[in-house]
Design a protein around this ligand. Structure first.
Ligand SMILES: [Fe+2]
Ligand SMILES: [Fe+2]
Length: 447
């Protein structure tokens, strides 16, 4: 593969570096120790990477067979508007995940886990940089509603946890368990999005995907490998490791990951416009299956560490039996291993928004009972969070019929920062978006 490295105009490059100074304090440490932790890997470069030699013709949709578009104004106006929203959302997630990781990285279990998360953060910074390159290197003014490239950059760099475009990037991490579970589950959604976008009819977007995907593979490993090690420690009786902690974190993130694909019933426009090659439901189903395999892999390692004499076949049989009988095997109970929650569990968007479904698919009719159930299946830091309280408020209103499900979906708060891009000198206004599109200030705090 051949890749062209591109640097942003100095003032924008400097803006990203400035942002990094605020939100990613470990960057210098990572650069100074890169060779120690990643001796075989090329040193990190803060630049946009464009793959050379990708297909020139449109793969799918209404314009299938035509030449891929090189400029935004070669796209139809609606196509360009839709793609601009995708690029901005993507940029927001990249920067957002750095802010989330930063909150708990100091609680990493060991230096290697910490170094791996630092590398993930650096690569997310590069992915965000890549999306800024797409916004700034071409003219989007005909579809941006008068917002200029520099203003879009400022808007993206001024987002903080709470006001990113997608919900998964608005949740604080409660412990280092969230750093690794997020990498294993939410970066996996990223992998799907990037893979689908490899076909993109807008060539600069398509060319951005292969280098990002190669890095995404590392992000998944930065989640899965520490999770496997943690499971092995738990199996060997380490009192500081247990799968309940992992399960609670999975329960927190899996639903948000599913929602990142968009409503299960949608996705037609992406195909029609040649931007992605899967409908939302197809992608969600494939993702769910992959998560199921990952959970099975961790369970396999857990059981192997618990019963080191067992053959691989015996281990598979034990897990199958536990899942079928929900009983126990030699003191190992069904509850002791990991389970992928039912995809309808704890949903607040999409087809199953605000339904009251348990991790095993059980249904609830009484809202307080469901909330008590959630509190049992989520970690205590998260139960005490603003996010969960607002979800509970919305759920109560939906169940009472005071608001519709659609209004409930919109009732989740969005934090919006007012003013410029530098978080050191501006204040934050917390706003609630009403169902009619207007905003109400919830509270103001100086940053
Ligand atoms: Fe990324
Ligand atoms: Fe990632």
């Amino acid at each position: 593969m051949k890749v062209e490295n591109v640097t942003l105009e100095k003032k924008y490059h400097d803006a990203v570096e400035h942002w990094r100074g605020h939100h990613f304090k470990d960057y210098e440490t990572l650069m100074d120790n890169w060779e120690k932790f990643f001796p075989k890997d090329e040193k990190f470069c803060l630049c946009a990477k464009m793959e050379i030699g990708t297909p020139d013709t449109i793969h799918i949709g209404e314009q299938k067979g035509e030449k891929k578009k090189l400029e935004p104004d070669q796209l139809t106006e609606d196509q360009a508007r839709h793609l601009l929203a995708i690029i901005k959302a993507q940029a927001s997630t990249e920067f957002g995940s750095i802010q989330q990781h930063a909150g708990t990285i100091d609680r990493a279990h060991d230096d290697q886990d910490r170094a791996w998360v630092m590398r993930v953060m650096a690569e997310e910074l590069r992915h965000g940089y890549q999306m800024l390159h797409l916004l700034l290197s071409k003219d989007w003014s005909h579809v941006s509603g008068g917002v200029t490239g520099p203003q879009m950059v400022e808007e993206i760099l001024s987002m903080t946890t709470g006001n990113h475009v997608l919900d998964a990037f608005n949740l604080d991490y409660d412990s280092f368990m969230d750093n690794i579970t997020f990498a294993a589950f939410i970066d996996r959604v990223g992998k799907y999005q990037l893979t689908m976008q490899k076909v993109c009819a807008y060539k600069p977007m398509a060319d951005s995907m292969p280098p990002m995907l190669r890095e995404e593979a590392f992000h998944l490993a930065a989640g899965v490998i520490p999770l496997r090690r943690f499971a092995e420690r738990a199996a060997k009786g380490d009192p500081l490791a247990n799968l309940e902690l992992v399960q609670q974190s999975i329960n927190k993130w899996f639903a948000r990951g599913l929602e990142m694909f968009g409503d299960e019933r949608g996705g037609g426009k992406n195909i029609q416009y040649g931007f992605k090659d899967l409908m939302n439901r197809e992608a969600v189903d494939q993702y769910t299956e992959e998560c199921r395999k990952m959970v099975r892999d961790i369970n396999t390692r857990f059981v192997r560490a618990r019963f080191p004499d067992y053959t691989p076949d015996k281990i598979e049989a034990v897990i199958d039996e536990l899942e079928k009988s929900r009983g126990s095997h030699q003191g190992l109970k069904f509850e002791d291993i990991l389970h992928l929650p039912d995809p309808r569990f704890f949903r607040r968007k999409g087809e199953c928004a605000f339904q009251m479904i348990g991790v095993n698919g059980e249904t609830f009719t009484e809202v307080e009972e469901y909330l008590r159930y959630l509190a049992k299946h989520l970690n205590s830091g998260y139960i005490a969070s603003r996010d969960l309280r607002l979800y509970a408020d919305a759920l109560r209103q939906v169940v009472k019929g005071e608001i519709t499900v659609e209004q409930g979906v919109k009732a989740m708060p969005k934090l919006k920062r007012l003013g410029g891009s530098c978080p050191c000198s501006r204040s934050v206004r917390w706003v609630m978006e009403e169902s009619n599109g207007t905003e109400t200030t919830v509270m103001t705090r100086p940053a």
